[in-house]
Design a protein. Structure first.
Length: 260
């Protein structure tokens, strides 16, 4: 009884933080909006609509590590400072969107050019009525459901082989030896009644390799301690959980160790 009370209290304490985690936006993002990034450092200035980038489509095809380590995209909206020229030279979006690379039998359409065409609006799409090739509902129809975020259990989808995110691009990625993956660890909440967290290195390495977390997000030491406030604020686990990976609202997915 006491435990149930404490957990409810913790929930109440954090509910406010949880709902404001989307950066000032009051309502929760819809499943297809979760993980959407609007990029507008230069577009509007240059007379084009801002760029809309969706994680749900790209993360189904590639690992986080490939884009955020090998291709050098910042983990912050607008943080990379992508220029049209970079894309045209084969960097950033242009590493794939070059009108030549092929995936699943389809040529990946080209990013920026010198002359405006209707195709520019496939990326420069904010506020435009563009018919996209990929429809969220159709694309995700066969994937296992999750409760929050995109409404998809991405971890299960990868585990069951329904998606096979690519981790290497010829000519861009460097082949390296795999490091031994540490065993699952238990992170203690130090709060009576609040279940401890089970952290799986193996499951995370499938998406993020090692370099996406070490040394920037987490140092390499055992037994460090984090607070839920920091996580809701976008630090540590919250760097990904709350923006792209399932959000911190889903308490039980992390606080998974049974309480006896
Ligand atoms: C195809 C490339 C690609 C893949 C794959 C990808 N990302 Fe991203 N990610 C981006 C780009 C591009 C941005 C925006 C960078 C910018 O605006 O400068 C971004 C931004 C982010 C942000 C910041 C979002 C915000 O609103 O501030 C987070 C967090 C993030 N990614 C995490 C992930 C995680 C976790 C995965 C794997 C599940 C992943 N990304 C997979 C390209 C990718
Ligand atoms: C695959 C996605 C993609 C496509 C397609 C695309 N762009 Fe871009 N473009 C971007 C991104 C990302 C940026 C950076 C956005 C920002 O920060 O404002 C950008 C920025 C720009 C800029 C801003 C100024 C500069 O010099 O960087 C111009 C101009 C531009 N693109 C022109 C075009 C034109 C013209 C087309 C069509 C021929 C096009 N783009 C198609 C992704 C794309
Ligand atoms: C690692 C490779 C890769 C990178 C990097 C990448 N994309 Fe893509 N993107 C793809 C592939 C593959 C598709 C599916 C293309 C197809 O099947 O026609 C796609 C599709 C898209 C679509 C969907 C178009 C539609 O009609 O549904 C948009 C929009 C898009 N990308 C924007 C971007 C932007 C903006 C960037 C850079 C900020 C970017 N992508 C970076 C590989 C990539
Ligand atoms: C999603 C983020 C993330 C990724 C990806 C990740 N780690 Fe970690 N790692 C952590 C966290 C969190 C801890 C701290 C655990 C603790 O406090 O006990 C940690 C701790 C460690 C430790 C010290 C404690 C131990 O259990 O031995 C080592 C060594 C380590 N990681 C290596 C790796 C290697 C090698 C990879 C790639 C195969 C990797 N990590 C990928 C988050 C990550
Ligand atoms: C992405 C994983 C994740 C999710 C989701 C999550 N937590 Fe946590 N939680 C953690 C981690 C990691 C710690 C810190 C453990 C340590 O190192 O001390 C923690 C610590 C806590 C603590 C004890 C420390 C403190 O900050 O007071 C409480 C209470 C807590 N979480 C409640 C919640 C509640 C309530 C929710 C749902 C609204 C939630 N958590 C969702 C990962 C998560
Ligand atoms: C670099 C980004 C990143 C960081 C940092 C991160 N995660 Fe994750 N995590 C993911 C991705 C991607 C998935 C796959 C599921 C999804 O995207 O919803 C995932 C899945 C999980 C899962 C479900 C799979 C499983 O192991 O059962 C748990 C639980 C989890 N994370 C806990 C944590 C905790 C606790 C921390 C902090 C100590 C953390 N994560 C930090 C990206 C991250």
């Amino acid at each position: 009884m006491k435990r149930v009370f404490l957990v409810s209290l913790a929930l109440l304490m954090f509910a406010g933080a949880a709902f404001s985690q989307t950066g000032g936006v009051k309502r929760r993002p819809l499943p297809w909006e979760y993980g959407r990034v609007v990029i507008n450092n230069y577009s509007q200035e240059a007379g084009l609509p801002p760029v809309v980038f969706d994680h749900w489509l790209h993360r189904a095809k590639y690992t986080c590590r490939l884009c955020h380590v090998d291709l050098g995209f910042a983990m912050k909206a607008g943080g990379t400072g992508i220029k049209a020229e970079d894309n045209m030279q084969g960097y950033y979006c242009g590493a794939c969107h070059n009108g030549k690379s092929v995936l699943d039998g389809r040529i990946i359409f080209e990013a920026c050019g010198k002359v405006k065409t209707g195709d520019c609006l496939r990326c420069h799409s904010l506020g435009q009525q563009v018919k996209q090739d990929y429809d969220f509902q159709r694309f995700t129809a066969g994937l296992p459901r999750g409760r929050f975020g995109n409404g998809i259990d991405w971890e299960k989808a990868e585990l069951q082989g329904l998606i096979k995110p690519i981790d290497y691009i010829e000519g861009v990625s460097i082949k390296r030896g795999a490091l031994p993956i540490p065993k699952d660890t238990q992170l203690q909440t130090n709060m009576a009644g609040m279940p401890d967290i089970i952290f799986s290195h193996k499951k995370h390495a499938a998406w993020s390799g090692c370099e996406l977390c070490h040394p920037e997000i987490f140092g390499v030491k055992k037994g460090a301690s984090y607070s839920m406030d920091e996580i809701f604020g976008g630090k540590y686990c919250g760097t990904c959980h709350g923006l792209v990976a399932f959000p911190s609202l889903d308490c039980q997915r992390c606080h998974a160790k049974p309480v006896y």
